[in-house]
Ligand binder design. Structure first.
Ligand SMILES: [Zn+2]
Ligand SMILES: [Zn+2]
Length: 335
């Protein structure tokens, strides 16, 4: 992407790898909301030109001399974080919130190219039985896994997820697959809500048609939700989360806020609510996401709404613009 709305595809020499790297032959690239912000020139931390592609699966095409554990032909995905290793979070096992975190596809080049040189320590093998499509969805699944972990886990809890986009849907599905007692998901977009039902989620609420608190009491009972995850990033939903929370509840803030919301912190104080942020994921989240996807407990296929070949990357973005609110995961395919 050379400028907002400008994608140029051209030939370059096959990249050489360093000893600690593998060469990835890219096969699938998922497009997500952050990519679209870059396309619209509204991503605050991305400059141009940039090669996008951070939700990726591919095949190992070459292995560096110092790399062990990978063989040519292995299907892999990777963690797109580039970290400094020096700052306080990096020194304390929290590389994912590195003070100078860079993400491939945003601040360094991503994998939207036929061959992508990749540090081997960022790559994870995809077990047999996992498809390339599923492999490219490990990244967003890991976002959900990490968010639930930040909330203290889903097991045995009534989990309320606000927002049924890709991340909200996956968060609800991961909660269910991780032993949640019950899961409710909300949105105001009927397409997304229908998809949530297709994925087998039971309590699917359109908050324009139904009062949320009443739905919570009906489906969860008087104890309401034990854990709430805001997966939209707007004032209305974070306010709903705070208003509906039982005393002492944890609310995980997953949504990315474009504008500063006005929220009732008085309720956060008075009800001893915990507002917890979540950014990306750590290696253990990737490993858990791979295990969950392999277990067959996640319905991933319904989330892929559109497919485009690599040379029609621009059409993929136009489709997302034109079908506003009626696309979910758009998948770019390479042979
Ligand atoms: Zn993404
Ligand atoms: Zn760091």
């Amino acid at each position: 992407m050379t400028a907002p709305g400008q994608i140029v595809i051209h030939d370059v020499p096959r990249p050489a790898i360093q000893d600690h790297q593998i060469l990835l032959r890219t096969r699938r690239i998922g497009v997500c909301g952050s990519d679209i912000h870059v396309w619209h020139g509204r991503h605050p931390y991305t400059g141009y030109p940039i090669v996008q592609g951070h939700e990726v699966s591919g095949i190992v095409a070459e292995v560096g001399r110092a790399v062990t554990g990978f063989t040519v032909g292995d299907p892999v995905t990777f963690m797109p974080q580039v970290t400094c290793g020096q700052c306080y979070p990096c020194q304390h096992g929290m590389e994912h919130i590195c003070e100078s975190l860079k993400v491939m596809g945003f601040q360094t080049n991503g994998a939207a190219q036929e061959y992508f040189p990749l540090d081997a320590d960022k790559a994870l093998k995809l077990p047999a039985g996992l498809t390339l499509d599923q492999g490219a969805m490990i990244e967003p699944i890991s976002v959900a896994v990490h968010a639930l972990r930040r909330g203290g886990g889903a097991a045995g809890k009534r989990v309320l997820v606000l927002g049924a986009g890709t991340i909200g849907n996956l968060t609800a599905q991961v909660a269910r697959a991780s032993g949640a007692l019950d899961v409710m998901i909300t949105d105001i977009n009927d397409y997304r809500l229908a998809l949530a039902r297709r994925c087998g989620l039971e309590h699917v609420i359109n908050t324009q048609d139904e009062e949320l608190m009443a739905a919570i009491r009906r489906d969860f009972g008087l104890e309401r939700a034990d854990l709430i995850l805001e997966c939209v990033g707007v004032e209305a939903t974070i306010s709903q989360a705070i208003a509906c929370a039982r005393k002492g509840t944890t609310i995980v803030v997953v949504g990315v806020f474009g504008e500063k919301p006005r929220v009732d912190l008085g309720l956060v104080q008075d009800r001893e609510l915990s507002l917890v942020g979540t950014l990306m994921y750590q290696r253990q989240d990737y490993e858990q996401a791979i295990a969950l996807a392999s277990s067959g407990k996640l319905q991933l296929e319904p989330l892929i709404s559109d497919r485009f070949p690599f040379d029609r990357y621009t059409d993929a973005y136009r489709r997302i613009e034109e079908a506003a609110g009626r696309t979910m995961k758009v998948m770019i395919e390479l042979d």
